[in-house]
Design a protein around this ligand. Sequence first.
Ligand code: ASP
Length: 349
Amino acid sequence: MQEDRKPAVLLIYTGGTIGMIENPETGALESFNFEHLMNHVPELKRFNCHIATYQFTPPIDSSDMEPSLWAKLVHIINDNYERFDGFVILHGTDTMAYTASALSFMLENLSKPVVLTGSQLPIGALRTDGKENLITAIEIAAAKHPDGSPVVPEVTIFFENCLLRGNRTTKSNAEGFKAFNTFNYPVLAHAGIHINYAYDHILKPDPSRPLKPHFLFDTNVIILSLFPGIQEAIIDSVLHVPGLKAIVMRTFGSGNAPQKEWLVKKLKEATDRGLVIVNISQCLSGSVEMGRYETGIHLLEAGVISGYDSTVESAVTKLMFLLGHGLSPEEVRKQMNRCFAGEFTESIR
Ligand code: ASP
Protein backbone atom coordinates (compact mmCIF):
# COMPACT_ATOMS: atom_id res chain seq x y z
CA MET A 1 0.00 0.00 0.00
CA GLN A 2 1.43 3.39 -0.98
CA GLU A 3 2.04 5.78 1.87
CA ASP A 4 1.41 8.98 -0.08
CA ARG A 5 -2.05 8.07 -1.33
CA LYS A 6 -5.22 9.32 0.36
CA PRO A 7 -6.42 6.94 3.08
CA ALA A 8 -9.67 5.08 2.42
CA VAL A 9 -12.30 4.51 5.09
CA LEU A 10 -15.32 2.24 4.87
CA LEU A 11 -18.31 3.68 6.72
CA ILE A 12 -20.77 0.98 7.75
CA TYR A 13 -24.21 2.12 8.85
CA THR A 14 -26.06 -0.44 10.99
CA GLY A 15 -28.73 1.88 12.43
CA GLY A 16 -29.40 3.71 15.69
CA THR A 17 -30.25 7.27 16.57
CA ILE A 18 -27.34 8.77 14.65
CA GLY A 19 -28.88 7.72 11.35
CA MET A 20 -32.22 9.34 11.99
CA ILE A 21 -33.29 12.61 10.54
CA GLU A 22 -36.18 14.66 11.79
CA ASN A 23 -38.71 15.10 9.04
CA PRO A 24 -39.20 18.89 9.09
CA GLU A 25 -42.86 18.54 8.18
CA THR A 26 -43.99 15.75 10.50
CA GLY A 27 -41.32 15.96 13.22
CA ALA A 28 -40.96 12.16 13.07
CA LEU A 29 -37.56 10.47 13.19
CA GLU A 30 -36.73 8.64 9.98
CA SER A 31 -33.71 6.58 8.99
CA PHE A 32 -31.59 8.32 6.42
CA ASN A 33 -30.26 6.88 3.22
CA PHE A 34 -26.51 6.86 2.87
CA GLU A 35 -26.78 8.54 -0.50
CA HIS A 36 -27.94 11.60 1.36
CA LEU A 37 -25.20 11.46 3.96
CA MET A 38 -22.94 13.91 2.18
CA ASN A 39 -25.81 16.40 2.02
CA HIS A 40 -26.45 16.19 5.74
CA VAL A 41 -22.78 16.17 6.73
CA PRO A 42 -21.17 18.37 4.06
CA GLU A 43 -17.99 18.45 6.17
CA LEU A 44 -17.26 14.93 4.90
CA LYS A 45 -16.43 16.36 1.49
CA ARG A 46 -13.52 18.26 3.02
CA PHE A 47 -11.81 15.11 4.28
CA ASN A 48 -8.53 14.24 2.71
CA CYS A 49 -9.62 10.63 2.40
CA HIS A 50 -11.87 8.41 0.32
CA ILE A 51 -15.06 7.41 2.09
CA ALA A 52 -17.11 4.49 0.85
CA THR A 53 -20.32 3.41 2.52
CA TYR A 54 -22.22 0.22 3.31
CA GLN A 55 -25.72 0.27 4.70
CA PHE A 56 -27.64 -2.38 6.64
CA THR A 57 -31.04 -2.75 5.02
CA PRO A 58 -33.17 -2.16 6.94
CA PRO A 59 -31.15 -0.25 9.55
CA ILE A 60 -31.71 -1.68 13.04
CA ASP A 61 -32.16 -0.33 16.52
CA SER A 62 -29.18 -1.75 18.38
CA SER A 63 -31.49 -3.48 20.86
CA ASP A 64 -32.09 -5.90 17.98
CA MET A 65 -28.38 -6.59 17.51
CA GLU A 66 -27.59 -10.30 17.23
CA PRO A 67 -24.47 -12.48 16.91
CA SER A 68 -25.47 -13.17 13.29
CA LEU A 69 -25.17 -9.42 12.63
CA TRP A 70 -21.77 -9.33 14.34
CA ALA A 71 -20.79 -12.08 11.89
CA LYS A 72 -22.15 -9.93 9.06
CA LEU A 73 -19.95 -7.03 10.21
CA VAL A 74 -16.94 -9.34 10.33
CA HIS A 75 -17.71 -10.51 6.77
CA ILE A 76 -17.92 -6.91 5.55
CA ILE A 77 -14.62 -5.97 7.22
CA ASN A 78 -12.87 -9.14 6.08
CA ASP A 79 -14.08 -8.78 2.46
CA ASN A 80 -12.87 -5.17 2.35
CA TYR A 81 -9.82 -5.46 4.55
CA GLU A 82 -7.18 -4.92 1.89
CA ARG A 83 -9.02 -2.06 0.16
CA PHE A 84 -9.49 0.15 3.21
CA ASP A 85 -7.20 1.68 5.81
CA GLY A 86 -9.85 1.85 8.48
CA PHE A 87 -13.49 1.13 9.26
CA VAL A 88 -16.14 3.25 11.00
CA ILE A 89 -19.30 1.52 12.20
CA LEU A 90 -22.34 3.67 12.92
CA HIS A 91 -24.31 1.82 15.58
CA GLY A 92 -27.04 2.48 18.14
CA THR A 93 -25.57 3.22 21.54
CA ASP A 94 -27.64 0.73 23.55
CA THR A 95 -25.63 -2.38 22.68
CA MET A 96 -22.58 -0.77 21.13
CA ALA A 97 -20.33 -2.03 23.95
CA TYR A 98 -21.42 -5.64 23.26
CA THR A 99 -20.74 -5.30 19.53
CA ALA A 100 -17.35 -3.68 20.13
CA SER A 101 -16.42 -6.46 22.57
CA ALA A 102 -17.58 -9.21 20.21
CA LEU A 103 -15.70 -7.74 17.23
CA SER A 104 -12.50 -7.47 19.27
CA PHE A 105 -12.57 -11.27 19.69
CA MET A 106 -13.83 -12.10 16.19
CA LEU A 107 -11.20 -10.04 14.34
CA GLU A 108 -8.08 -11.95 15.34
CA ASN A 109 -4.81 -10.22 14.37
CA LEU A 110 -6.67 -7.01 13.53
CA SER A 111 -4.08 -4.40 12.57
CA LYS A 112 -6.35 -1.64 11.24
CA PRO A 113 -8.72 0.73 13.07
CA VAL A 114 -12.35 -0.29 13.58
CA VAL A 115 -14.10 2.66 15.24
CA LEU A 116 -17.70 2.40 16.42
CA THR A 117 -19.68 5.53 16.97
CA GLY A 118 -23.24 6.80 17.19
CA SER A 119 -25.02 9.62 18.90
CA GLN A 120 -27.59 10.56 21.49
CA LEU A 121 -29.36 12.96 19.12
CA PRO A 122 -30.09 12.28 15.42
CA ILE A 123 -27.62 13.67 12.92
CA GLY A 124 -30.32 15.95 11.53
CA ALA A 125 -31.11 17.55 14.93
CA LEU A 126 -29.83 21.06 15.57
CA ARG A 127 -27.84 20.16 18.70
CA THR A 128 -26.71 16.78 17.40
CA ASP A 129 -23.61 15.14 18.83
CA GLY A 130 -23.61 12.87 15.77
CA LYS A 131 -21.64 15.14 13.45
CA GLU A 132 -18.67 15.57 15.79
CA ASN A 133 -18.68 11.89 16.63
CA LEU A 134 -18.81 10.83 12.99
CA ILE A 135 -16.24 13.30 11.70
CA THR A 136 -13.69 12.56 14.43
CA ALA A 137 -14.28 8.79 14.18
CA ILE A 138 -13.40 8.97 10.47
CA GLU A 139 -10.32 11.04 11.22
CA ILE A 140 -9.18 8.46 13.79
CA ALA A 141 -9.88 5.55 11.41
CA ALA A 142 -7.71 7.25 8.78
CA ALA A 143 -4.92 8.41 11.14
CA LYS A 144 -1.44 7.10 10.40
CA HIS A 145 2.02 7.38 11.88
CA PRO A 146 4.69 8.93 9.66
CA ASP A 147 5.77 5.39 8.63
CA GLY A 148 2.28 4.72 7.27
CA SER A 149 1.12 2.40 10.05
CA PRO A 150 -2.31 3.06 11.60
CA VAL A 151 -2.38 4.98 14.88
CA VAL A 152 -5.19 2.97 16.48
CA PRO A 153 -5.14 -0.62 15.17
CA GLU A 154 -7.86 -2.02 17.39
CA VAL A 155 -11.64 -2.02 17.93
CA THR A 156 -12.64 1.22 19.65
CA ILE A 157 -15.65 3.37 20.49
CA PHE A 158 -15.43 7.10 19.85
CA PHE A 159 -17.97 9.16 21.75
CA GLU A 160 -18.10 12.73 23.06
CA ASN A 161 -14.43 13.54 22.46
CA CYS A 162 -13.10 10.30 23.93
CA LEU A 163 -11.67 7.28 22.15
CA LEU A 164 -12.17 4.15 24.24
CA ARG A 165 -11.06 0.54 23.92
CA GLY A 166 -14.20 -1.23 22.71
CA ASN A 167 -14.02 -4.29 24.94
CA ARG A 168 -13.49 -2.14 28.06
CA THR A 169 -16.49 0.07 27.40
CA THR A 170 -19.86 0.25 29.15
CA LYS A 171 -22.82 2.47 28.31
CA SER A 172 -23.27 4.43 31.50
CA ASN A 173 -25.56 7.32 30.59
CA ALA A 174 -28.87 7.25 28.72
CA GLU A 175 -29.25 11.02 28.69
CA GLY A 176 -25.93 12.88 28.57
CA PHE A 177 -23.72 13.16 25.53
CA LYS A 178 -20.97 11.33 27.37
CA ALA A 179 -22.71 7.97 27.13
CA PHE A 180 -19.71 5.64 27.53
CA ASN A 181 -16.95 4.97 30.02
CA THR A 182 -14.05 2.59 30.40
CA PHE A 183 -13.92 2.37 34.17
CA ASN A 184 -10.89 0.09 34.24
CA TYR A 185 -8.80 1.38 31.35
CA PRO A 186 -7.44 4.79 30.36
CA VAL A 187 -8.92 6.76 27.49
CA LEU A 188 -7.02 6.04 24.23
CA ALA A 189 -7.37 9.58 22.85
CA HIS A 190 -8.96 12.90 23.71
CA ALA A 191 -10.26 15.05 20.88
CA GLY A 192 -9.93 18.77 21.52
CA ILE A 193 -8.28 21.24 19.20
CA HIS A 194 -5.96 18.33 18.44
CA ILE A 195 -6.56 14.63 18.83
CA ASN A 196 -4.17 13.63 21.60
CA TYR A 197 -3.45 9.92 21.49
CA ALA A 198 -2.30 7.98 24.56
CA TYR A 199 0.08 5.90 22.45
CA ASP A 200 1.24 3.72 25.35
CA HIS A 201 -2.30 2.48 25.96
CA ILE A 202 -3.08 1.54 22.35
CA LEU A 203 -2.60 -2.08 21.23
CA LYS A 204 0.39 -2.78 19.00
CA PRO A 205 -0.49 -5.83 16.91
CA ASP A 206 1.94 -7.47 14.51
CA PRO A 207 0.84 -6.28 11.03
CA SER A 208 2.58 -9.21 9.33
CA ARG A 209 -0.03 -11.57 10.79
CA PRO A 210 -3.00 -11.92 8.45
CA LEU A 211 -6.46 -11.05 9.72
CA LYS A 212 -8.20 -14.18 10.95
CA PRO A 213 -11.96 -13.63 11.01
CA HIS A 214 -14.20 -15.69 13.30
CA PHE A 215 -17.93 -16.03 12.89
CA LEU A 216 -19.19 -18.58 15.41
CA PHE A 217 -21.04 -17.96 18.66
CA ASP A 218 -22.88 -20.15 21.16
CA THR A 219 -25.49 -18.14 23.03
CA ASN A 220 -26.16 -20.70 25.77
CA VAL A 221 -25.01 -18.25 28.41
CA ILE A 222 -26.66 -16.13 31.07
CA ILE A 223 -25.86 -13.11 33.23
CA LEU A 224 -26.85 -13.71 36.85
CA SER A 225 -26.75 -10.82 39.28
CA LEU A 226 -26.60 -11.73 42.98
CA PHE A 227 -28.47 -9.71 45.61
CA PRO A 228 -29.08 -10.08 49.35
CA GLY A 229 -32.01 -12.46 49.77
CA ILE A 230 -31.60 -14.36 46.50
CA GLN A 231 -33.46 -17.65 46.83
CA GLU A 232 -32.13 -21.17 46.58
CA ALA A 233 -34.91 -22.21 44.18
CA ILE A 234 -34.04 -19.40 41.79
CA ILE A 235 -30.32 -20.21 41.77
CA ASP A 236 -31.22 -23.85 41.34
CA SER A 237 -33.43 -23.24 38.33
CA VAL A 238 -30.84 -20.99 36.67
CA LEU A 239 -28.13 -23.61 37.16
CA HIS A 240 -30.39 -26.21 35.55
CA VAL A 241 -31.56 -24.26 32.48
CA PRO A 242 -31.44 -26.87 29.70
CA GLY A 243 -28.42 -26.40 27.45
CA LEU A 244 -26.85 -23.70 29.60
CA LYS A 245 -23.05 -23.74 29.28
CA ALA A 246 -21.78 -20.64 31.02
CA ILE A 247 -22.76 -17.97 33.53
CA VAL A 248 -21.43 -14.48 34.07
CA MET A 249 -22.11 -14.18 37.79
CA ARG A 250 -22.24 -10.59 39.00
CA THR A 251 -20.98 -10.60 42.57
CA PHE A 252 -20.46 -8.02 45.29
CA GLY A 253 -17.38 -5.80 45.71
CA SER A 254 -14.16 -7.60 44.93
CA GLY A 255 -15.97 -10.77 43.85
CA ASN A 256 -17.88 -11.86 46.95
CA ALA A 257 -21.09 -13.86 47.40
CA PRO A 258 -23.25 -14.95 50.35
CA GLN A 259 -21.55 -17.71 52.36
CA LYS A 260 -24.67 -19.88 52.46
CA GLU A 261 -23.75 -23.54 52.35
CA TRP A 262 -26.39 -24.38 49.74
CA LEU A 263 -25.05 -21.72 47.37
CA VAL A 264 -21.47 -22.95 47.43
CA LYS A 265 -22.67 -26.56 47.13
CA LYS A 266 -24.89 -25.82 44.13
CA LEU A 267 -22.21 -23.81 42.37
CA LYS A 268 -19.68 -26.59 42.93
CA GLU A 269 -22.11 -29.18 41.59
CA ALA A 270 -22.67 -27.02 38.51
CA THR A 271 -18.98 -26.43 37.77
CA ASP A 272 -18.31 -30.17 38.27
CA ARG A 273 -21.01 -30.83 35.64
CA GLY A 274 -19.09 -28.59 33.21
CA LEU A 275 -20.83 -25.24 33.61
CA VAL A 276 -18.35 -22.38 33.30
CA ILE A 277 -19.03 -19.69 35.92
CA VAL A 278 -17.17 -16.40 35.60
CA ASN A 279 -17.05 -13.96 38.50
CA ILE A 280 -17.54 -10.31 37.51
CA SER A 281 -18.12 -7.62 40.13
CA GLN A 282 -21.24 -5.49 40.21
CA CYS A 283 -18.86 -2.57 40.83
CA LEU A 284 -18.03 -0.81 37.59
CA SER A 285 -14.51 0.01 38.68
CA GLY A 286 -11.91 -2.31 40.20
CA SER A 287 -11.26 -6.01 39.93
CA VAL A 288 -12.44 -9.37 41.22
CA GLU A 289 -10.00 -10.79 43.80
CA MET A 290 -11.50 -14.01 45.07
CA GLY A 291 -8.68 -14.69 47.51
CA ARG A 292 -9.29 -11.49 49.45
CA TYR A 293 -12.28 -12.38 51.66
CA GLU A 294 -13.71 -15.61 53.01
CA THR A 295 -16.83 -14.87 50.93
CA GLY A 296 -14.76 -14.97 47.74
CA ILE A 297 -12.58 -17.95 48.65
CA HIS A 298 -15.72 -20.14 48.78
CA LEU A 299 -16.38 -19.29 45.17
CA LEU A 300 -12.86 -20.27 44.17
CA GLU A 301 -13.34 -23.59 45.94
CA ALA A 302 -16.60 -24.07 44.04
CA GLY A 303 -14.72 -23.84 40.72
CA VAL A 304 -15.82 -20.30 39.83
CA ILE A 305 -13.20 -18.51 37.73
CA SER A 306 -12.23 -14.84 37.88
CA GLY A 307 -13.19 -12.37 35.19
CA TYR A 308 -10.70 -9.92 36.78
CA ASP A 309 -11.65 -6.37 35.77
CA SER A 310 -13.54 -7.31 32.59
CA THR A 311 -16.81 -5.66 31.75
CA VAL A 312 -19.94 -7.80 31.70
CA GLU A 313 -20.23 -7.09 27.96
CA SER A 314 -16.74 -8.39 27.34
CA ALA A 315 -17.11 -11.47 29.57
CA VAL A 316 -20.41 -12.57 28.04
CA THR A 317 -19.31 -12.08 24.41
CA LYS A 318 -15.99 -13.81 25.10
CA LEU A 319 -17.82 -16.81 26.57
CA MET A 320 -20.17 -16.98 23.57
CA PHE A 321 -17.17 -16.72 21.24
CA LEU A 322 -15.18 -19.48 22.98
CA LEU A 323 -18.20 -21.79 23.34
CA GLY A 324 -19.05 -21.18 19.69
CA HIS A 325 -15.73 -22.73 18.75
CA GLY A 326 -16.66 -25.98 20.46
CA LEU A 327 -14.12 -25.81 23.28
CA SER A 328 -14.47 -28.07 26.31
CA PRO A 329 -15.42 -26.42 29.65
CA GLU A 330 -11.83 -26.86 30.82
CA GLU A 331 -10.48 -25.20 27.68
CA VAL A 332 -13.03 -22.35 27.95
CA ARG A 333 -11.89 -21.74 31.56
CA LYS A 334 -8.27 -21.69 30.39
CA GLN A 335 -8.98 -19.32 27.50
CA MET A 336 -11.04 -16.98 29.72
CA ASN A 337 -7.82 -16.53 31.67
CA ARG A 338 -6.03 -15.45 28.49
CA CYS A 339 -6.17 -11.82 27.40
CA PHE A 340 -7.12 -11.76 23.69
CA ALA A 341 -7.44 -8.06 22.89
CA GLY A 342 -6.68 -6.08 26.04
CA GLU A 343 -10.05 -6.93 27.61
CA PHE A 344 -8.69 -7.22 31.16
CA THR A 345 -5.62 -6.01 33.03
CA GLU A 346 -3.08 -8.80 32.70
CA SER A 347 -0.93 -7.65 35.61
CA ILE A 348 -3.72 -8.43 38.14
CA ARG A 349 -4.05 -12.04 36.98
N1 ASP B 1 -32.15 2.73 20.80
C1 ASP B 1 -31.06 3.33 20.06
C2 ASP B 1 -30.13 2.20 19.63
O1 ASP B 1 -29.35 1.74 20.41
C3 ASP B 1 -30.37 4.35 20.87
C4 ASP B 1 -29.20 4.99 20.20
O2 ASP B 1 -28.92 4.85 19.06
O3 ASP B 1 -28.51 5.73 20.92
O4 ASP B 1 -30.20 1.79 18.50
